[in-house]
Write a protein that binds this ligand. Structure first.
Ligand SMILES: N[C@@H](CCC[C@H](N)C(=O)O)C(=O)O
Length: 414
C-alpha cells in the first residue's frame, strides 16, 4: 500500500511530510541565571501562549491556527520531541516554549526538544569545522529550557529521524554540526545507530571545572581523576526564592531538612570528562574503595544527591552526574578490569533520566582513567544497555551504539 506525499507515491510507513504553516518566535534562549532568578516567568509566558489557542470554554483549539508537525523519539527511554527546523536559521520554539512542550502533564513530554537544522554555511564556521561538508545541524533545549552543546541519545534519534523522513536507504551516515562540533552517527539496518562521538576532553578547563587535575593516572596527569568533592553543607543553606515565600510550616520543615542535610557534608570521588558537554562520574566515596566501587546504585537517593552535584560551585556550567557500579561475573574477578557497569544519571537541565548517551561515554572514559573498566563496555543505564568503546589506540574517539525509535507523531498548534 502507498500513501501520497507531495504528489509522489511513498512507501507505507514513511513519515508524514512537514507542513509548517507559520514559524513561531525566533530563539530567545533563556539563560540559566534568568531562569533561576524568576522560574515563574516561564509558566506565565507559556500560559499566555496557550491562551491564543483556547476556546471560550477553555479547551485547547487548533482550528484556524497554524500547526507544526513534531515527532516523538526515544533512545533507551531518553525521549525527545523532534522538529524539522530546516526552513528557519534559529529554533522555531523559544526556550520558554520548550519548557511547556516538554512538560509531561501539560505538554507532549520529553527530556528535551531537538531541532533538525540546515547545515551551517562555511562563513559561520571556524577552525576545522570550516573544512567539513556538513549534512545537517542539530540544536536542542533541555526540558528546563537551557541549551546544551550535545546529546548522545538525541543525535541517535535525530539520525534515525532524518533517515525515516528522507527515506534514505540504510546503512547511512551523516555529518551533523552540533554546538560541540562535528558528530557522525550511522543508522544501521538493524535499527541501531552508532555514533562517532569524537575525542573526550579531560583537562579541567575543558570540562569545565575548577577542581584540580590529580595526576592519579600517570598517562593522563592533567585529568581530574578520583578528585575529592565535598557535597552538602553550606551550599544547601541558601533557600531558593520559591522556598522563602512558601507557607510558614513548609519553611520550617525545609529549614530543618536543610540543617540536617547540611550536617551531612559528604566527600565523594569524581572523575570529570567533557564529551562536548560536561560530566562528573563517581563510583563512590573515599575510603570505600574496591575496583567496582561500593556505591549502592539500586538504593541511592538520586533526587537528593543529583542537584547537589549539578549545582556545585566547582562546575561553572553545571554538570551531568553519573553514579556508577562496575559489574563482575564472579567475586574472584574483582581485581580485574571489567566490561560492564551499571549507572544512574542526573542530567543538567533535565534531572533524572533513563539514559544519557554522552554520560555513558564519559562513564567508560572515567572508568578507564580510574583503572576499573575496559575500553569496550556495556553500560547498563536505567533504560537498557548501551555499547561504548573508547578507541584509545586507534584515534582516541569514543563510539556509542544503541537504539533509537519513533514513538508517535503529532501537531503542535502555534
Ligand atoms: N541526554 C543527553 C544529554 C542531554 C544534554 C545534557 N542534559 C546537558 O545539559 O549537557 C545524552 O544522551 O547525551
Amino acid at each position: 500500500m502507498t500513501t501520497r506525499r507531495n504528489g509522489k507515491a511513498n512507501k507505507r510507513g514513511a513519515l508524514t511530510p512537514f507542513r509548517v504553516t507559520a514559524s513561531s518566535s525566533v530563539s530567545n534562549t533563556m539563560t540559566r541565571d534568568a531562569m533561576r532568578r524568576n522560574p515563574r516567568s516561564v509558566q506565565v509566558r507559556v500560559n499566555d501562549a496557550l491562551q491564543d489557542v483556547t476556546t471560550e470554554e477553555g479547551y485547547p483549539d487548533s482550528r484556524g491556527s497554524s500547526q507544526v508537525y513534531f515527532y516523538k523519539y526515544q533512545g533507551l527511554g531518553n525521549d525527545f520531541i523532534m522538529v524539522d527546523n530546516r526552513h528557519c536559521p534559529d529554533p522555531i520554539f523559544s526556550s520558554e516554549e520548550a519548557v511547556a512542550l516538554c512538560d509531561r502533564r501539560f505538554g507532549i513530554g520529553g527530556d528535551g526538544i531537538i531541532f533538525l537544522m540546515s547545515p551551517p554555511s562555511a562563513e559561520d564556521l571556524s577552525g576545522d569545522d570550516k573544512k567539513t561538508d556538513f549534512d545537517y545541524g542539530m540544536r536542542m533545549y533541555n526540558s528546563d529550557g537551557t541549551e546544551p552543546e550535545m546529546c548522545g541519545n538525541g543525535i541517535r534519534c535525530l539520525a534515525r529521524f532524518v533517515a525515516e523522513l528522507e527515506e534514505h536507504s540504510v546503512p547511512r551516515s551523516y555529518k551533523f554540526h552540533t554546538l560541540a562540533g562535528l558528530i557522525i552517527p550511522e543508522v544501521n539496518p538493524n535499527g541501531l545507530v552508532s555514533v562517532d562521538m569524537g575525542e573526550p576532553r579531560i583537562e579541567p578547563q575543558e570540562v569545565p571545572t575548577t577542581l584540580k587535575a590529580t595526576g592519579e593516572n600517570e598517562e593522563y596527569p592533567n585529568a581530574v581523576v578520583l578528585q575529592e568533592l565535598v557535597v552538602g553543607g553550606e551550599m544547601e543553606a541558601v533557600p531558593s526564592a520559591e522556598e522563602m515565600f512558601a507557607p510558614y510550616e513548609e519553611r520550617m520543615e525545609n529549614q530543618i531538612k536543610r540543617k540536617t542535610q547540611g550536617e551531612l557534608k559528604e566527600r565523594w570521588l569524581v572523575t570529570c570528562v567533557s564529551m562536548g558537554n560536561p560530566h562528573a562520574v563517581t563510583f563512590g566515596r573515599p575510603g570505600e574503595e574496591t575496583l567496582g566501587g561500593t556505591l549502592d546504585v539500586d538504593n541511592m537517593d538520586l533526587d537528593y544527591y543529583g542537584p547537589l552535584f549539578e549545582k556545585h560551585e566547582v562546575f561553572p556550567e553545571k554538570i551531568n552526574t553519573h553514579f556508577c557500579k562496575a559489574i563482575y561475573d564472579n567475586p574472584e574477578s574483582l581485581d580485574d578490569l571489567t566490561d560492564a557497569v551499571k549507572v544512574l544519571h542526573w542530567e543538567r537541565g533535565a534531572g533524572k533520566t533513563l539514559a544519557c548517551g554522552t554520560g555513558a561515554c564519559s562513564v567508560v572514559v572515567a572508568g578507564v582513567l580510574e583503572g576499573r573498566l575496559k575500553e569496550k563496555c556495556l553500560v547498563y543505564v536505567p533504560g537498557g544497555p548501551l555499547q561504548i568503546e573508547w578507541r584509545r589506540a586507534k584515534d582516541n574517539h569514543v563510539i556509542m551504539t544503541g537504539p533509537a525509535q519513533l514513538v508517535y507523531k503529532g501537531l503542535i498548534p502555534v
